[in-house]
Design a protein around this ligand. Structure first.
Ligand code: EEE
Length: 351
């Protein structure tokens, strides 16, 4: 499926495409002429010390980060900071299965790791913007995985880190969860091992994928409180069959599967031969670990266990019955807690 119309500036702009040359991948593949879709907000100051990096999460793009987290008066305030939102490789805007050609197209797209994204982002920031540090790296879910990778891989570069609703090493439970969600797609005969002509051919698989995400992305309390009605849907099934199915239906299955594999294999202890404590011990950034109270994918306990291994860090649970997809910003109290913590973190001086 070439150039899925869902992934364009109309729905996700403005952003610019920035080439970083050939990207050799940790798994052995190579992306020739790798293109990153980048959205910036605000201006880089003369000292080049007001830059904030915001990576993107699974299924998301720079657009939702702009809509939900960035604005005058917010913690991520473009009038104070130069905010760089980089779309992860494989998310449909940056180099991805549907916009690649030849052997890389569709099912041929190579395995991309979190570390590949972070190395590509580091190259972008140093070459395009001339940065030698980041005031903050902040991201949700897979954005948190990239935040941890940044803080471990480039400890001198990252002054502050705010992983929201994510972990540095994906858990066994979560690996099984994403296997199940991926199989919901690949078990659709219309998927044809990734050689489908259009996402519409994989509608049944994407629908099952969406219903799985309905179960793990929100919380039982969210539905019990009738929060789905805030989205305009009377019943839980209506919310699942319309909002969630409608969300995933236009997306490229190979892009989703590329990001899913990436998420499953997120593990900063790759830097230290499997020693997670040693990897997290490398972090120099002032770190606020910010799980969401009712998140069933990245429970507070999983995030707290990692936070305990990061010197000088602070556990800042965000209370919201919305669960993991509280990230989408439907709970204003969650966003208020995010901003209060990020503002406090940004006021924390770093040597
Ligand atoms: C499992 C990763 O989920 C997101 C939303 O990134």
């Amino acid at each position: 499926m070439r150039n899925n119309p869902y992934y364009g500036p109309e729905g996700h702009g403005p952003y610019e495409m920035i080439g970083i040359g050939d990207l050799d991948l940790e798994e052995g593949g190579r992306i020739p002429d790798c293109q990153l879709a980048v959205a910036t907000h605000g201006k880089l100051n003369a000292a080049k010390d007001n830059a904030i990096l915001v990576p993107t999460w699974y299924s998301g793009t720079s657009k939702i980060m702009e809509q939900v987290y960035i604005g005058d008066g917010r913690a991520l305030d473009p009038s104070k900071y130069f905010i760089i939102v980089v779309n992860q490789i494989g998310n449909g805007l940056s180099t991805s299965p549907h916009n690649s050609t030849g052997a890389l197209a569709g099912p041929g797209f190579p395995k991309v790791r979190i570390g590949d994204d972070v190395r590509a982002q580091h190259q972008l920031l140093t070459e395009t913007y001339g940065l030698d540090r980041l005031a903050l790296v902040v991201g949700g879910s897979m954005g948190a995985q990239q935040t941890y990778e940044w803080a471990v891989r480039y400890p001198e570069f990252v002054q502050r880190a705010a992983p929201i609703a994510g972990t540095a090493k994906f858990t066994e439970h979560d690996i099984l969860l994403l296997d199940t969600l991926a199989e919901a797609i690949t078990s659709d005969p219309g998927f044809r091992d990734g050689s489908y002509a259009s996402p519409a051919d994989v509608a049944a698989g994407l629908k099952r994928h969406a219903k799985g995400w309905t179960l793990c992305g929100w919380s039982d309390a969210f539905f019990r409180a009738g929060r789905h009605r805030a989205f305009g849907f009377e019943t839980v099934r209506d919310f699942a069959d319309n909002f969630m199915v409608g969300y995933f239906a236009p997306m490229d299955p190979n892009a989703l599967l590329s990001m899913s594999w990436k998420a499953q294999n997120a593990d900063v202890s790759r830097h230290t031969g499997g020693d997670l404590a040693a990897a997290l011990g490398r972090i120099k950034a002032k770190t606020f670990v910010m799980p969401i109270s009712h998140d069933v994918i990245f429970p507070v306990a999983d995030c707290a266990a990692e936070q305990a291994l990061i010197s000088g860090s602070s556990l800042r649970p965000l209370v919201s019955i919305d669960g993991h997809l509280g990230l989408f910003g439907a709970d204003p109290e969650l966003l208020a807690q995010v901003d209060a913590n990020l503002k406090e973190l940004m006021e924390t001086s770093v040597d």
